[in-house]
Design a protein around this ligand. Structure first.
Ligand code: HEC
Ligand code: HEC
Ligand code: HEC
Ligand code: HEC
Length: 113
C-alpha cells in the first residue's frame, strides 16, 4: 500500500512537472490590447497553430517554447523596421490572409461589432 502511494505521488509529480514545462499554447483568444475605436478581434489561436504548424510563422522573434506577447516588443509607435503593435497585427494577420486568399481581410470581418 505504501509503495503504491509513493508510486502514485511520483507519477503525479512527473505529470505535473511535464504539464508546467510544456504549458499548452492558448486556445481561443480575444485581441483587444490596443482597443480604442474598433471592436475586439476574436482569434482562434489553436486552429491557426495547427494549420500553420510552425509557431515562428507568427512568433517570429521568439525561440520555441518562449513565445511572448507581440506587445513585449511592438509599442505604440513604429521604430525603424519595428512596426507599431497595430501595424504588426495588420501586416501579419491581414498579410497572410491576402496572400493565402483565405481568412478575413475586411475591417468588420475581424473587428466584429
Ligand atoms: C485580419 C484581421 C484584421 C483586419 C482585416 C483588420 N484588422 Fe484592425 N486590428 C486587428 C487586430 C488583431 C488588432 C489589435 C486589436 C487590439 O489589440 O485592440 C487591430 C487593431 C486595429 C486598430 C487599433 C485599435 C483601436 O481600436 O484603435 C484600428 C484603428 C484598426 N485595427 C482598424 C482597422 C481597419 C480600419 C481595418 C480595415 C481597413 C482593419 N482594422 C482590418 C485585426 C484586423
Ligand atoms: C497565426 C499566428 C500564430 C501562430 C501560428 C501561433 N501563435 Fe501564439 N500567439 C499569437 C498571437 C497573436 C498571440 C497573442 C499575442 C498578444 O496578445 O500580443 C499569441 C499568444 C501566444 C502565447 C501567450 C503569450 C503570453 O505571454 O500571453 C503563447 C504561450 C503562444 N502564443 C504560444 C504559441 C505556440 C507554442 C505556437 C505553436 C504551437 C503558437 N503560439 C502559434 C499568434 C500565433
Ligand atoms: C522579441 C521581440 C519581438 C516580438 C515578441 C515580436 N516582434 Fe515583430 N518585430 C520585432 C523586430 C525587432 C522587428 C523589426 C524587423 C525584424 O528584425 O524582424 C519586427 C518586425 C515585425 C513586423 C514587420 C516585418 C515585416 O516583414 O514587415 C511584423 C509584421 C511583426 N514584427 C509582427 C509581430 C507579431 C504579430 C508579433 C506577435 C505574434 C511579433 N511581431 C512579436 C521584434 C519582435
Ligand atoms: C500565416 C498565415 C496566417 C496568419 C499569420 C494569420 N492567419 Fe488567420 N487565417 C489563415 C487562414 C489560411 C485562414 C482560413 C482558414 C480556413 O478557411 O480554413 C484564416 C482564418 C482566420 C479567421 C476566420 C476563421 C476563424 O477562426 O473564425 C479569423 C477570424 C482569423 N484568421 C484571424 C486572424 C488574426 C486575428 C490573425 C493575427 C493575429 C491571423 N488570423 C493570422 C491564415 C493566417
Amino acid at each position: 500500500m505504501r509503495k503504491l502511494a509513493a508510486l502514485t505521488a511520483l507519477v503525479v509529480s512527473v505529470v505535473f512537472a511535464f504539464g508546467t514545462a510544456f504549458a499548452a499554447p492558448p486556445d481561443k483568444m480575444v485581441l483587444k490590447e490596443i482597443r480604442k475605436i474598433k471592436a475586439p478581434v476574436s482569434f482562434d489561436h489553436k486552429a491557426h497553430a495547427e494549420m500553420l504548424k510552425k509557431c515562428a510563422v507568427c512568433h517570429h522573434a521568439d525561440a520555441a517554447g518562449k513565445e511572448q506577447k507581440c506587445s513585449k516588443c511592438h509599442g505604440e509607435k513604429t521604430e525603424g523596421k519595428k512596426v507599431s503593435l497595430k501595424e504588426a497585427f495588420h501586416t501579419q494577420c491581414k498579410g497572410c490572409h491576402q496572400k493565402e486568399k483565405k481568412g478575413p481581410v475586411k475591417c468588420d470581418d475581424c473587428h466584429k461589432k
